[in-house]
Design a protein around this ligand. Sequence first.
Ligand code: AOF
Ligand code: ZN
Length: 338
Amino acid sequence: MRRTFELASLGLGRVSPNPLVGCVIVANEVIIGEGWHRKFGEEHAEVNAITSVTDHSLLRHATAYVNLEPCSHHGKTPPCADKLIEVGIKRVVISNKDTNPLVGGKGIEKLRSAGIKVDVGILEEEGKALNRRFFTWIRKESPFVILKWAESSDGFLGTSNGPTLISNEYSRQRVHQWRSEEDAVLVGTRTVEIDNPQLNVRDWSGRNPVRVYIDRSLRLSGKLNLLDGSQPTLCYNLMKDEQTSMMTSVKLPDEQFLNHLLRDLAKRGIGSVIVEGGAQTLEWFIASGCWHEARIFKTGTMLHSGVAAPRLQGMPVQEDSLSGDRLTWLSNPAAIRI
Ligand code: AOF
Ligand code: ZN
């Protein structure tokens, strides 16, 4: 099952908002096939794993390990449960049930009624953690929200009068990798004014996320990178709806602004978003409880004064060191769990 997780994670940044799915086929205690869902709209993991098997006669004695319940619906591809039945697989071992209402247990029922032995719930928590974006998004209320910031050793995000580089080049490169893995990157009005960010992937290979910014009273204008029309960009505001080729402005009510924003992103098929600042925006997400994970760099730099970093209570899940910068991953225990 751990091998299916490894395979599944190769789809990160390519399959969203679909889940990350890997499949391993074993016969006579030997792996005879492997596959994963490689790209949104393309074949599912099980089909790719079956295709990779050279001697199909072995499938009649084989066990398929898959981290998500095989689908039972006709989506962009035919149902994987039918395919597993058709090739004569004997046993299927699954980590997580698919909470997509189109599937939701029907894949498992189909397999069992065809006489296939099915085991469910193997390494269930690890499977849920791997697909935390999908399991959050499929409820259609919100993408998976990741807060990210870098703070100095004395707890500041930057000086008050312009962009400040606090983290080292390895940490900054890691952020570009993250942008390539998530569907959208979001910033607030002040950050657009002060940093004039591009919010694209430069220091890593991969696709660019959708750029999202908040500009409640539409005060941003002029020669700003986010307004350059080079990439799909969403602007959430209180004033107007408007659509041009790359720019979509969305008017939201003042009350519950962030909840509306997240629901709108989810409806647009955005399964995850990284909030990159600034302080006010991060604090707004924290105060509204609208976050699932935080990734915080603590650096060796001392700033002595400036904009204070947000305070956040979360459950530490991982610690990394990037050439002196300490990276802490927190998860929000209060966010709804599956
Ligand atoms: C599987 N194996 O590898 C994946 C599954 O639009 P479609 O046809 O690609 O279907 C997407 C849905 O199928 C997705 O929301 C999830 O419920 C399931 N994904 N199922 O058996 C896979 N990626
Ligand atoms: Zn499928």
